[in-house]
Design a protein around this ligand. Structure first.
Ligand code: SF4
Length: 261
């Protein structure tokens, strides 16, 4: 059943989080064993499906090159061949090399050193790199570095637009801030819970859930965990229900929040 548009977007977004996490459980993002694997995945996933990224990552893993040292040492033509399944492979290979050059130059090749920087400083630095827009920068910060930033993607925009919360063309930063402010009280509430209640939800099997991985189960603050989950849940809505054409509203867990036409 549809209803009138919500006058409190922050409350609406918290309601989405509750409805989706109850329906689908933990989404276990990002499916990776190391921080560097998340970073490579964040580059490779641009303009392609995750299944293609998995093939490229598998090639790198098989060649024992899925590491800072590996990407530093491999020759560009070979790197291009290995990541070819992810598309735009020449451009992506060059950008991966540039990321490692940046890491070497600023942080002596150390990811822990890079991720120990203040969030806004590092965000600015990442945004200054060729091929890193806000979505990729925030994916790296959140999923590789456990920094408290929310990742806004096309699915987020589409859902907000269709639910009358914000037009799809709304500025990235405005949407990011809206989600961050909206979700903060959930994290504050969770921090008060006793440890046994705070245990992660059962690993989900629906939405855009992945099997638990070293990165998905890494220690992180409640705030980072909430941002982590919410982006994964939104991808689940976008992939399974809120498609560009012909959305399946009747089966979607957010159907009851859909405003009346
Ligand atoms: S598919 Fe779900 S999220 Fe998309 S418009 Fe319909 S109810 Fe909303």
């Amino acid at each position: 059943m549809s209803r009138l548009p919500q006058s409190n977007p922050a409350e609406e977004i918290r309601n989405y989080y509750s409805a989706l996490s109850r329906a689908w459980g933990a989404q276990h993002w990002w499916p990776a064993e190391t921080q560097f694997e998340v970073i490579v995945g964040a580059y490779l996933t641009q303009n392609t499906a995750w299944t293609n990224v998995e093939r490229a990552l598998a090639n790198l893993r098989r060649a024992n090159l899925l590491s800072v040292e590996g990407i530093r040492a491999v020759r560009l033509p070979r790197l291009q061949r290995l990541i070819r399944p992810s598309g735009y492979f020449r451009q992506k290979a060059k950008r991966l090399k540039m990321f490692v050059a940046f890491l070497d130059d600023r942080y002596e090749g150390s990811l822990p050193e890079m991720f120990s920087q203040p969030t806004e400083k590092l965000r600015e630095e990442l945004l200054g790199l060729n091929g890193i827009g806000p979505e990729t920068a925030d994916s790296i910060l959140l999923y590789a570095g456990n920094h408290p930033v929310f990742v806004v993607d096309a699915y987020t925009r589409r859902i907000l637009d269709r639910h009358g919360i914000a037009p799809a063309k709304t500025d990235y930063e405005q949407i990011r801030q809206l989600f961050q402010i909206s979700l903060e009280p959930i994290a504050t509430e969770q921090e008060r819970w006793p440890a046994e209640v705070r245990e992660p939800l059962e690993a989900g099997i629906r939405g855009a859930a992945h099997p638990p991985s070293a990165m998905s189960t890494a220690h992180r603050t409640a705030l980072v965990q909430v941002y982590n989950e919410m982006h994964g849940l939104i991808v689940g809505v976008g992939k399974n229900y809120c498609r560009k054409s012909k959305p399946s509203c009747e089966d979607c867990p957010l159907q009851r929040f859909l405003p009346a036409k």
